[in-house]
Design a protein around this ligand. Structure first.
Ligand code: NDP
Ligand code: MG
Ligand code: MG
Length: 340
């Protein structure tokens, strides 16, 4: 088994006394900046004028331009949206990096796919929390943490690995476990996971189940509860104790159905298509498409997004969630308030 590191394995000293620029104050940025500060580190936030800037200032941070934040700091964590990083990097980050500084990322995409080519005289590492930024913050406040992967792309000071580990510890990840990876492995597994399983796989599975039931004449409300709402309850059981724990909790009838019908839904053909998706990720085909889509101002992204939001499962879901006050307000709305 690969070695998972915890707080006791990590030397904090390498990062102490170093100024850290957190560039961006969105989902990951706010969590990193707040957690690092509470872990005792010196943080400056780099932003453009706008909503995030206001929020970071309200949270008590010194907020300066990205260029100034980079000039002032020894460690620069880039927490901008992946598709905007290259432009901001070329304009404001690269010209202000000094030899011996470190530049860091929470996802390897731009470095791995050569959109950002860091200078040869800086450390380059990644600390990628395996969870949404809002949970990186919430779990830290609760005394826990979200696990993270760390990886070193370039080590000029001889300390890049220790820096990455201390950084991971500073955001609370070492409370949950930190595992070494490479930029390549992190990027490819992250892209594959979100496409085939976590986001693309799950939304397509839910929609296909909902459509099958409603097209057969069942009530959309019943189909919503069955295929979407209950998903969380099942996933919680999986999270806590794996497949066995989930199967222990469900009825034997459900478990038998799981055994005989699950493999009919996800079969060898599905797996073959998953392999195709992985190949597209590995060859850079997916990355190229996403980079070009952004250069074209996202015509397909926006069209698909608008259509998806009109799906009948979304309409019935919005109505039902209104009637379930215990279902928390979606993060999406909170973020809108934060971003608008
Ligand atoms: P968000 O979209 O939530 O936040 C982006 C931040 O960047 C905002 O504060 C935004 O400020 C700021 N920003 C955008 N453009 C500029 C600019 N030109 N100059 C200065 N600031 C700018 O991003 P995420 O936190 O989701 O993603 C950040 C990184 O973390 C990505 O690499 C992503 O892959 C990675 N990651 C994200 C995860 C997540 O939970 N979301 C999980 C793991 C990794 P403004 O308000 O001004 O727009
Ligand atoms: Mg991702
Ligand atoms: Mg049932």
């Amino acid at each position: 088994m690969s070695k998972v590191l915890y707080e006791k394995d990590i030397q904090k000293e390498v990062l102490q006394g170093k100024k850290i620029a957190v560039v961006g104050y969105g989902s990951q940025g706010h969590a990193h900046a707040l957690n690092l500060r509470e872990s005792g580190y010196d943080v400056v936030v780099g932003l453009r004028p706008g909503k995030s800037q206001q929020k970071a200032e309200e949270d008590g941070f010194q907020v300066v331009s990205v260029a100034d934040a980079v000039s002032q700091s020894e460690v620069v964590m880039v927490l901008l949206p992946d598709e905007l990083q290259t432009a901001v990097y070329n304009e404001s980050i690269k010209p202000n990096l000094q030899a011996g500084n470190a530049i860091a990322f929470a996802h390897g995409f731009n470095v791995h796919f050569s959109q950002i080519v860091p200078p040869e005289d800086v450390d380059v590492f990644l600390v990628a929390p395996k969870g949404p930024g809002h949970l990186v913050r919430r779990t830290y406040e609760e005394g826990a943490g979200v696990p993270a992967l760390y990886g070193v792309y370039q080590d000029v000071t001889g300390q890049a690995r220790e820096l990455a580990l201390a950084y991971a510890q500073g955001i609370g990840a070492a409370r949950a476990g930190v595992l070494e990876t490479s930029f390549q492995e992190e990027t490819e597994t992250d892209l594959f996971g979100e496409q085939a399983v976590l986001c693309g796989g799950v939304t397509s599975l839910i929609k296909a189940g909902f459509e099958t039931l409603t097209e057969a004449g069942y009530q959309p409300e019943v189909a919503y509860f069955e295929c979407l709402h209950e998903m969380k309850l099942i996933v919680d059981l999986l999270y806590e104790g794996g497949l066995e724990n989930m199967r222990y909790s469900i009825s034997d009838t459900a478990q038998w159905g799981d055994f005989v019908s699950g493999p009919r839904v996800i079969d060898e053909n599905t797996k073959a298509r998953m392999k195709d998706i992985l190949t597209d990720v590995q060859t850079g085909q997916f990355a190229k498409g996403w980079i070009l889509e952004n250069q074209a101002n996202r015509p397909q992204f926006n069209a698909i997004n608008a259509k998806e939001n009109q799906h009948p499962i979304e309409k019935v879901g919005r109505e039902l969630r209104e009637l379930m006050p215990f279902v928390k307000q979606p993060l999406q709305n909170k973020n809108k308030q934060q971003k608008d």
